[in-house]
Design a protein around this ligand. Structure first.
Ligand code: BT5
Length: 309
């Protein structure tokens, strides 16, 4: 949202407040105040104008202005009711030079997972892709995936469901078998020594019925969690911002959330599969596996939790 509009909205939030008061406080004309109020109404905010001034009576459910209004982190929100893939759109914005933008969609028609898998994206889920330009070498990109998984798991906890994270990116809810609540897809373009852009995409099943999802998936609706997707997204974005302020600290937060450490695992890697005990995760996101005496470090791969040997 444009800065002045955000400040008008903040003023209305403390209302009732008169047009002239807002104009004076923000050092803009009364006509400009009126224009911003109209634009906010257009965006779905309900603003009464009575004798004592303007009063904000309802904020839209979901959408750029209402999300931006609630988020503390300095991300611009680009909202689409429907889009093919927020990661695809975020990459486009990144190529144009954008940064600190969160592309959000109500649903996706071509949502993607890793390795060209598809991501089911019915209405009611949270679909968000952040465009970032961190000053880090390309090799450090995985820590952003870990941070996104932690932020997503924490948002789910705030909504009443406590997930664990399967290395590196799966947010799972333990049950008779582990079911997937959310996933993270990180894409990047890098030069030799630094990242030019990073797109961190999160898909989370919030107000979605299990029938609309693949078999091993679950949702907050399924689990009886809070179904306010705006609250979920706001919590996710603010937590992600906080976590990525201290990249070294992400590891500790991830370890606390991990469902992988201490487990017997099989990790499919480009060089073949590794079976052993997951003993640690090291910066920037490397999984350390004790493969029956041999210590193996895995940087990319698909991890499967096995029953204890
Ligand atoms: C992931 O891939 O877990 C990354 C998912 C990232 C999705 C977000 S949505 C916003 C942004 N825009 C995009 O286009 N993508 C990102 P992976 O680890 O490869 O897992 C994919 C597998 O999860 C699929 O093959 C299915 O088995 C399963 N799956 C698909 N849709 C699911 C859903 N909604 N919930 C749970 N599991 C799902």
């Amino acid at each position: 949202m444009q800065e002045t509009r955000r400040r008008v909205l903040d003023a209305l939030d403390d209302g009732p407040v008169s047009g002239p008061t807002i104009a004076e406080r923000l050092d803009i004309s009364r006509a400009a105040v009126w224009k911003h109020v109209e634009a906010l109404r257009e965006a779905g905010f309900e603003i009464d104008s009575g004798e004592d001034g303007y009063r904000l009576t309802a904020v839209p459910d979901y959408g750029a202005a209402t999300i931006e209004h609630a988020v503390d982190a300095p991300y611009r929100i680009e909202y689409h009711a429907a889009i093919d893939s927020t990661n695809r759109r975020a990459r486009e914005l990144a190529a144009e030079g954008a940064s600190d933008v969160a592309v959000v969609a109500g649903r996706q028609t071509g949502g993607r997972g890793r390795l060209d898998r598809t991501w089911s994206s019915p209405e009611g889920g949270v679909y968000v892709s952040l465009v970032l330009r961190p000053e880090v070498p390309p090799a450090h990109a995985p820590v952003f995936t870990l941070a996104a998984a932690v932020a997503t798991a924490d948002a789910a906890s705030a909504a009443g469901v406590d997930p664990t994270i399967k290395w590196p990116n799966d947010v799972l809810v333990p049950a008779a078998y582990e079911r997937k609540l959310a996933g993270v897809l990180t894409e990047m373009e890098g030069e030799a020594d630094r990242v030019s852009w990073l797109v961190v995409g999160v898909g989370a099943n919030v107000d979605v019925a299990a029938e609309e999802l693949p078999r091993a998936a679950t949702s907050l609706r399924d689990l009886g969690g809070d179904l306010d997707r705006r609250a979920f997204l706001v919590s996710l974005l603010d937590r992600f911002y906080e976590l990525t302020d201290d990249l070294e600290g992400v590891l500790e937060a991830w370890r606390e959330r991990s469902g992988t450490l201490g487990r017997r695992v099989r990790v499919g890697t480009p060089d073949g599969s590794v079976v052993g005990d997951a003993v640690d995760v090291e910066f920037p996101g490397t999984l350390v596996v004790d493969a029956d005496g041999d210590t193996v470090r895995v940087t990319v791969g698909d991890c499967e939790h096995l029953r204890p040997a």
